[in-house]
Structures are given as structure tokens and as C-alpha cells.
Design a protein around this ligand. Structure first.
Ligand SMILES: C[S@@+](CC[C@H](N)C(=O)[O-])C[C@H]1O[C@@H](n2cnc3c(N)ncnc32)[C@H](O)[C@@H]1O
Length: 217
């Protein structure tokens, strides 16, 4: 069989060389040459280029993936996608649950990187990128959410919580980033989630940045 294939390829090469019409491309198939998506390489590249230190830490990314996989998340929302570091971690968890993520980023250059990075990580069927101001984009998304990750500008956290909470499912999770290292910029938000009668909230800090994790009872 190997010999026959080689002979066929040789014949096809001769057809190409002589300019005759050829229905069989003798060159190795592109699919056979292309490598499967390598999400860890894309994650490492995003981090190496992240001079503004926008991306969550690797430990926080692992935590997000674990929370999504263990809660069986189906409809996730991210506010503040940047170049896709956290979205890719969450997308890896959603690959396991069969869920989807909508991530919103209003910086156009970052949003383009986000789209490209999600695609290179092999998660384009799971992660949808919306470009624009999340305050305007969220009302355009239909349905409810069972997982929300908030990582936009910190002064806006309370307003985002007020906007999204009515659409958070019972047993849904609302997770916000930087609640330890930037807690002074979001005192109103932290007071709201820590005193809310319909939420159980705890603060975790896998790497010092801190995340509030709130479950809607
Ligand atoms: C800390 S970075 C997000 C990092 C990202 N979650 C990650 O780990 O890779 C915050 C991002 O939120 C975006 N952002 C801030 N306010 C926004 C808004 N109102 N709508 C959409 N994006 C917003 C910023 O442009 C910025 O890229």
C-alpha cells in the first residue's frame, strides 16, 4: 500500500510538472501538516506580550476554569476580555461542560487580538467576542447567565453588578477580579455583594489579586 501510494504521488507529480490537468494534489494535505490548536502556547504568548499586566494571573485562570467545569456552566459572560487570557481559561472549562462564553471588550485593537487568540486556541466555537462598551452590549444579549466574570475598570463594578444581577440564574456564580489588590477602588461593589440577602459571597486569593465569588441562592 505504501509503495502504491508513493507510485501514485510520483505519477501525480509528473502530471503537475508536465502541466497536465491534475485532480489529485500530490503535495501532503494541509490538514495533515497543520498542528492541533495549542491553548497553552497561546496563553503563554499572551502573557509574554502583556506589558500592561491586564491579564489575570495563571493561578486565577486555573481557578476560573475549575469553577466553570465544576459548576457545569452553560451560559457564561465576561466583562473586560482584553486579549483573551481569562477567556481562553474559561473556554477550556466550557469545552468540558458544553457551555458558551460571550466576552466583551471595548478597546478595538485588544478585541481583534482576542478574536485571533480565541481562534488560535481552538475555542472559536465556544467563545464569542463582542466589541464595544459592555454597558451597551449586555442589554443586547438575550437570556440569562449562570456564570459572570467581571474584570473591567474597577470603579464600574457596582454598576455592572446592578446591571447583570437581575439576569443571574439561581445557583449562578458572579465572580469579580482584583477585589484584594484593588479593593479601595470598589468599596461600593464589595459592600453590595457581601451584604446582599440573596447571595453567598466569599473572597479567594489564589495569587494575591483576589476574586469575590458570589452564588445566587
Ligand atoms: C483588566 S483587563 C481584562 C483582562 C482579561 N480579563 C484577562 O484576564 O485577560 C480590563 C479590560 O476591560 C476593558 N473594559 C473596561 N471597561 C469596559 C467596558 N465598559 N466595556 C467593555 N470593555 C471594558 C478594558 O478595555 C480592558 O481591556
Amino acid at each position: 500500500m505504501i509503495v502504491n501510494l508513493r507510485a501514485a504521488r510520483f505519477r501525480a507529480c509528473m502530471i503537475l510538472l508536465t502541466g497536465a490537468t491534475c485532480l489529485v494534489d500530490p503535495r501532503p494535505q494541509a490538514a495533515a501538516q497543520s498542528k492541533p490548536p495549542d491553548a497553552s502556547a497561546v496563553l503563554a504568548e499572551i502573557r509574554s506580550k502583556d506589558t500592561g499586566q491586564l491579564a489575570v494571573s495563571e493561578e486565577d485562570g486555573r481557578f476560573l476554569r475549575l469553577m466553570i467545569a465544576s459548576s457545569g456552566t452553560k451560559r457564561a459572560l465576561e466583562i473586560g476580555g482584553a486579549s483573551g487570557y481569562s477567556a481562553i481559561w474559561m473556554g477550556l472549562g466550557l469545552r468540558k461542560t458544553g457551555g458558551r462564553l460571550v466576552t466583551i471588550e471595548y478597546d478595538p485593537a485588544r478585541a481583534r487580538e482576542l478574536v485571533a487568540n480565541v481562534r488560535r486556541a481552538g475555542l472559536a466555537d465556544i467563545v464569542e467576542v463582542r466589541t464595544g462598551d459592555a454597558f451597551q452590549q449586555i442589554p443586547k444579549i438575550t437570556g440569562t447567565f449562570d456564570f459572570v466574570f467581571l474584570d473591567a475598570w474597577k470603579k464600574d463594578y457596582k454598576r455592572f453588578f446592578d446591571l447583570v444581577y437581575p439576569r443571574l440564574d439561581a445557583n449562578g456564580l458572579f465572580i469579580a477580579h482584583n477585589v484584594v489588590n484593588k479593593k479601595n477602588e470598589m468599596a461600593d461593589f464589595l459592600a453590595a455583594v457581601q451584604t446582599h440577602p440573596s447571595l453567598w459571597t466569599t473572597i479567594v486569593s489564589p495569587s494575591g489579586e483576589g476574586m469575590s465569588v458570589s452564588l445566587r441562592k
